[in-house]
Design a protein around this ligand. Structure first.
Ligand code: HEC
Length: 672
């Protein structure tokens, strides 16, 4: 009897989450189970969007990178911030109801440091909020009170994996994956738990393990036939860190899988092979995790072209017939339309320049790979870059315009494996890494690095495009009011006409935007909510700071309406710190070089080339970075762990000194 009650209410809950006509809530990561991020609310439209103003806002002084999608359930807005801290507030005015801090700093092991500050979201199901913490706990909270109901560890603490993704709740279960394909010899997987109890329901590995241990299922046996050499020693990767969609109509779960680890296929699978289920969409039975079908977007991945991007469900006309499809715009630059009833490719066309493959063959469904794209003979210019033509920044789909709105990246790199000693890799398979050199090309593909692209999945053609100066822009929201909303790296929150991309409204948030907006209507008022806090793995790369500062710029939750009267204190202008000139450390180039080789552990937060991009202080301008004792206290002893600065207990005095030399060298260089 009890089982009957639980199962009947989970069915109701999935119907509720799948209901596209709901106007008052935003129940799942992509609003509904379809992940369309399309709202039927029409109050804010192309005519009146010019009058949009801030209705209420929350300053979030203890947050740094904010990249997540908030949820709205029965009048309560839930969001996750830095270090997985969750808050529940009244969705009409921001009044705090509860907050929950899973104490990530207290749980972090020594293995997983670079990037524990950001999470893309939480999920809701049957009165519970679910969060997955960076170091690997999946936690269920009571949505009313914020009290913890259960917590499970989904990652072996000895493994160098981490979680940045939102869990996915569906059909009485909650699912989470992990990331880290290149961090160590990792074998990716997703795990589903019972949403009520936290009991493990099933686990699906993405790549096969050592055949000598036996395969977990027939799918793994099939996958093993697409690998060569002793792949299991390298882990293989495939980690699913994003891209989980539940199809309520077909009772099927789709998993977007990760890239190969290491990236160089000659190391990972020495005599070639497609390497299933890397860079694929895998359809599973949600009840037991058994395999239904797969489609691989990048066979034998060599470029970090994972398929972890959103999987969006819709019905569109294919040759005039209504067809249940999924849409997917992964890193590799092709836009895929797949029949979700059988996994067959309907069409795939490039939405950016793709130098790795000329086309996807419509009969075989396989890409036609260009000569030397897998860097077999010398260096090669490859676009899209490992940033992807599209990353996790949410794509949306508007059934009224029939267009998908993609935050697009235009970037290229040079891949070169000529200096890679394959024998050395064979002798030492346990170290992780990418096994190929990458560098910036002399010229980049376009005068702009990012764009908002409106893509027609029926014709597989670009409908319109708005160029963005920077590549790392926020996800999109589209509405029946005929609008598309997007925040940009330069801190502008924009509304465009969905049919042609005309800019209709802009708001200057004064700080780079990485999160996607959401919308909901309560008490007759349509709200648009957005977290503002520049972040995400690639927000820290490059030589250029956009001036978003760790300390100076206030991270915020902004909520807009047509009747807003809130006065938001202005942000300071972009800030570019002056490096400290200090000659008490006489930079020794050889020592600084050792420091450079240690700095990879720091750049995810402190910025490439020691130029901070806003996720941590600029070390060139830090007085702590010129004081040996203070430096040791912060970097080795963990004096600032609670503020998000990890403790590097393993660093020796010489290594700390090498880091200080490297930081000084970079500080002096930027004086010139
Ligand atoms: C996960 C992100 C992260 C990583 C990785 C990281 N840091 Fe930090 N670091 C921070 C944050 C955040 C602060 C600021 C803490 C605060 O609010 O005072 C900080 C502060 C510091 C400071 C003090 C700066 C000052 O003037 O207050 C130093 C020095 C420092 N980090 C060095 C390093 C070094 C060296 C590494 C690599 C070995 C590193 N950090 C890796 C996030 C990080």
């Amino acid at each position: 009897m009890i089982i009957f009650i639980i199962s009947s209410c989970t069915i109701d809950e999935d119907k509720r989450i799948a209901d596209e006509s709901n106007t008052s809530d935003w129940l799942a990561y992509g609003r509904t189970h379809s992940e369309q991020r399309f709202s039927p609310v029409t109050d804010i439209d192309t005519a009146n969007v010019k009058d949009l103003t801030v209705d209420w806002f929350l300053d979030l002084p203890n947050d740094v990178a904010l990249v997540s999608t908030p949820l709205v359930v029965d009048g309560v807005l839930y969001f996750t911030g830095t270090m997985n801290r969750i808050r529940a507030v009244d969705a009409t005015n921001g009044k705090l109801i509860w907050q929950f801090d899973p104490d990530v700093a207290g749980h972090i092991g020594n293995n997983r440091k670079p990037g524990w500050t950001q999470s893309r979201g939480i999920s809701y199901y049957n009165g519970k909020i679910f969060t997955a913490t960076w170091e690997g706990r999946l936690i269920a909270l009571d949505a009313m009170t914020g009290k913890q109901i259960w917590s499970v560890l989904t990652i072996d603490p000895e493994k160098k994996m981490g979680i940045t993704g939102a869990p996915k709740a569906f059909a009485g279960k909650v699912l989470i994956g992990n990331g880290g394909s290149e961090a160590a010899p990792n074998r990716g997987y997703v795990t589903a738990y019972d949403a009520e109890t936290g009991d493990l329901a099933w686990r699906f590995y993405i790549v096969p393990g050592n055949p000598a241990d036996g395969f977990e299922n027939d799918a793994m046996k099939m996958a093993s036939e697409t690998w060569t050499g002793e792949w299991w020693k390298y882990g293989g990767g495939g980690n699913a860190w994003h891209g989980f969609t539940y199809d309520e109509e077909l009772h099927t779960l789709y998993i977007g899988t990760g890239n190969g680890g290491p990236w160089n296929p000659k190391v990972r699978s020495e005599r070639g092979g497609d390497n299933l289920f890397l860079s694929s969409i895998v359809a599973l039975n949600p009840d037991d995790g058994s395999y239904k079908w797969h489609y691989q977007t990048t066979p034998g991945d060599a470029w970090d072209y994972n398929s972890n991007m959103d999987i969006v469900l819709a019905s569109i006309k294919v040759n005039g017939v209504d067809t249940k499809v999924l849409m997917h715009a992964p890193k590799n630059g092709f836009f895929y339309v797949i029949n979700r009833e059988n996994g067959k490719l309907i069409s795939a066309k490039p939405f950016v320049e793709t130098t790795w493959a000329s086309e996807v063959d419509s009969i075989t469904g396989r890409p036609t790979i260009n000569p030397n794209a897998r860097y077999d003979s010398g260096h090669v210019y490859i676009t899209p870059s490992p940033h992807g033509a599209h990353s996790w920044h949410a794509m949306s789909y508007n059934p009224h315009t029939g267009l998908a709105y993609i935050p697009t990246i235009h970037d290229a790199v040079i891949f070169d494996a000529s200096k890679i000693n394959l024998n050395e890799w064979k002798m030492n398979p346990g170290k992780g890494g990418i096994a190929v050199g990458i560098s910036d090309p002399d010229s980049l593909p376009r005068p702009y690095y990012g764009s908002l692209q409106a893509w027609n999945p029926v014709t597989q053609k670009l409908a319109w495009m708005v160029p963005h100066q920077e590549l790392w822009n926020g996800g999109t929201l589209t509405t029946a009011g005929g609008l598309v909303f997007q925040g940009t790296a330069l801190g502008k929150f924009n509304a465009y006409r969905a049919t042609d991309g005309k800019l209709l409204w802009t708001y200057d948030a004064g700080l780079g935007i990485s999160a996607p907006p959401i919308t909901y209507k309560i008490n007759g008022k349509q709200h648009i909510a957005l977290l503002v806090g520049w972040g995400g793995a690639f927000a820290g790369v490059g030589n250029k700071s956009l001036g978003w500062d760790y300390n100076r710029h206030t991270r915020r939750l902004l909520v807009f309406s047509l009747e807003g009267k809130a006065i938001v204190p202005p942000q300071p202008p972009p800030y570019f710190p002056s490096p400290i000139i200090d000659n008490t450390i006489m930079v020794d180039d050889a020592v600084a070089e050792t420091g450079r080789n240690l700095y990879w552990q720091c750049f995810g937060c402190h910025g490439a080339n020691v130029i901070a991009k806003g996720m941590a202080p600029d070390l060139r301008a830090s007085s702590i970075a010129i004081n040996k004792d203070a430096f040791a206290l912060v970097v080795r002893e963990g004096a600032k762990v609670n503020m998000g600065m990890p403790a590097y207990k393993e660093l020796t005095d010489n290594e700390l000194s090498a880091l200080m030399h490297f930081i000084r060298k970079k500080a002096h260089e930027s004086q010139n």
